[in-house]
Write a protein that binds this ligand. Structure first.
Ligand SMILES: Cc1cc2nc3c(=O)[nH]c(=O)nc-3n(C[C@H](O)[C@H](O)[C@H](O)COP(=O)(O)OP(=O)(O)OC[C@H]3O[C@@H](n4cnc5c(N)ncnc54)[C@H](O)[C@@H]3O)c2cc1C
Length: 481
């Protein structure tokens, strides 16, 4: 079917206003915060699950691929096709699927449509004194439940309860033919979504799948009572070598709700800058939260020096607005490249990242590229994440995706070299992590999945993909499938 016919069909399903074919929209939705790809035929935004099913069926019948997108705040090509293997596609903007379906304090569950933001979920549940056990990434004002569960994500509550995937009790996922597959106890006739492990864990199959196995249209999350007690602390360390044992011990203890270690990467003169560690403990009562924090302080001992906890207080005071922009405070580009490691391998991960940065340091200095390191507890795992900062040209999404900030674009002859050096460093980080057996969130089309995973495991997953999407039209290429 020619493009005009499928566009006309989508317009009849969704209404003309929700099928965008203008060049500006198509160009904007062909980019994430880092990658750019070929323009889609259209950007479509269904309002209901039924409209989503119909639109997906219409596209796949016509041999058109679907690229699902939520808030769009990724940087691993999750919804951006590569030029070399691109096929005609439509971007499915899920943000109008924004209904809170059911807040259920009896069952301690919340069911929402996939385009809801974490902030809207928090607002709805907080009215009942409840929140999701992992209650959002720092971008929660803009990022969606569907995008976050397809990437997996972590931040609020993660040190205690793990990643967003750990908070999910069930999903509704649309397959390539437009059928809705329900996972968990919600799939039992006459039941409701309240229990994930009903038989084999079908929910887990679709979490962290980069949207390659199907389009999520609804999710049920586990709720907990918002703790009455909260205690925060921050510490300065002489080096990352002294910070790492402390954050590892806190991760092992399960005492903190959030625990983050950050600081400039110790390269050249910045080696004198001390990294800092920020901790939030929570408890049923203030007394319990204080006791947990006291145990953390004891654990850190003389390794860290207590400093004013302005960072954790600010984060908890402004949970979904403490990060304002994908650009840094100076308006520079910044890019994150992470790995998830077992607690016993955090030092190896740090050494690996630092060895890449030391190899690159001369070029980084010449091109004015800075780097920082960060560590964040995610249940019994640790996310280790270097961030690169450079003067570069922001994309439209850097301004439209979150709060716009000024971005003094570089006009010097080094701009192109800077961009390509950042690419080289990121690729070196990714290769180093493949050697260290890192796991990832936000796989998209950037991190290795199939090439570093057992053949038998990948083969089973490919069979699931074939069952959900026989013609490879649902986010083709995502997760390397
Ligand atoms: C400044 C900044 C701060 C950040 N902080 C954090 C943080 O604290 N923690 C963290 O983990 N991440 C963080 N991120 C990364 C990002 O915000 C998160 O991964 C977020 O959860 C992405 O959600 P989204 O709705 O924007 O997803 P998108 O970028 O729109 O999509 C992500 C992936 O999911 C797929 N997808 C989207 N919707 C669906 C759907 N309904 N069904 C199937 N597939 C779908 C897409 O194809 C893509 O592969 C940050 C990013 C920025 C720019």
């Amino acid at each position: 079917m020619e493009a005009e016919k499928i566009i006309a069909q989508l317009e009849s399903i969704l209404g003309g206003d929700h099928v965008r074919t203008d060049d500006a929209s198509r160009t904007q939705f062909a980019e994430d915060l880092y990658f750019s790809g070929p323009s889609p035929l259209a950007v479509v935004a269904p309002r209901s699950i039924e409209e989503t099913q119909e639109a997906i069926g219409a596209c796949t019948n016509a041999g058109i691929a679907l690229l699902p997108r939520g808030g769009g705040l990724s940087y691993t090509g999750g919804y951006v096709q590569r030029e070399e293997d691109a096929v005609p596609a439509v971007v499915l903007d899920t943000r109008r699927l924004d209904r809170i379906v059911d807040v259920n304090p009896d069952n301690m569950t919340v069911t929402v449509e996939a385009g809801c933001t974490w902030e809207s979920v928090m607002t709805a549940t907080a009215e009942h004194g409840l929140r999701a056990t992992m209650f959002g990434p720092s971008t929660g004002r803009y990022s969606t439940i569907g995008g976050s569960l397809s990437n997996n994500c972590m931040f609020f509550g993660s040190a205690k309860t793990g990643t967003a995937a750990d908070a999910v009790l069930g999903l509704e996922v649309v397959s390539a033919d437009g059928a809705v597959v329900v996972t968990g106890s919600g799939a039992i006739k006459n039941s409701v979504p309240f229990f994930r492990n009903n038989g084999p864990d079908m929910t887990g199959l679709f979490l962290n799948d980069a949207g390659g196995l199907g389009i999520k249209v609804a999710a049920t999350l586990r709720l907990e009572k918002i703790p009455a007690g909260q205690a925060t602390a921050s510490f300065s360390f002489a080096s990352f070598e002294t910070l790492i044992p402390a954050i590892r011990a806190i991760g092992q203890s399960g005492l903190a709700s959030e625990c983050l270690g950050v600081g400039p990467a110790p390269l050249g003169e910045t080696a004198v800058n001390a990294p800092s560690l920020h901790v939030v403990c929570e408890g049923w009562t203030q007394q319990i939260a204080d006791a947990q924090l006291a145990a953390v302080v004891e654990m850190i001992g003389a390794a860290g020096t207590a400093i004013d906890p302005v960072v954790p207080n600010f984060i908890r005071g402004n949970p979904f607005s403490f990060v304002q922009s994908p650009l840094d405070a100076k308006g520079r580009m910044q890019i994150w490249t992470h790995g998830v490691f077992p607690l016993g391998r955090v030092t190896d991960a740090y050494d690996g990242f630092m060895s890449v940065l030391r190899d690159q340091h001369t070029d980084m200095t010449a091109l004015d590229i800075d780097a920082s390191m960060s560590f964040a507890c995610a249940g019994q795992a640790m996310m280790v994440e270097p961030v690169l900062y450079w003067h570069g040209q922001a994309k439209k999404l850097h301004h439209s995706g979150m709060t716009p900030v000024e971005n003094p674009a570089p006009e010097d002859a080094d701009a192109e070299h800077r961009d390509s050096r950042v690419r080289i460093i990121r690729d070196a980080f990714a290769a180093m992590m493949d050697n260290l057996g890192a796991a990832h969130m936000q796989y998209g089309r950037f991190y290795s999945y199939a090439s570093v995973t057992n053949d038998e495991t990948v083969s089973l997953l490919r069979n699931v993909k074939r069952a959900m999407d026989p013609d490879n039209l649902v986010n083709p290429g995502a997760l390397g499938l």
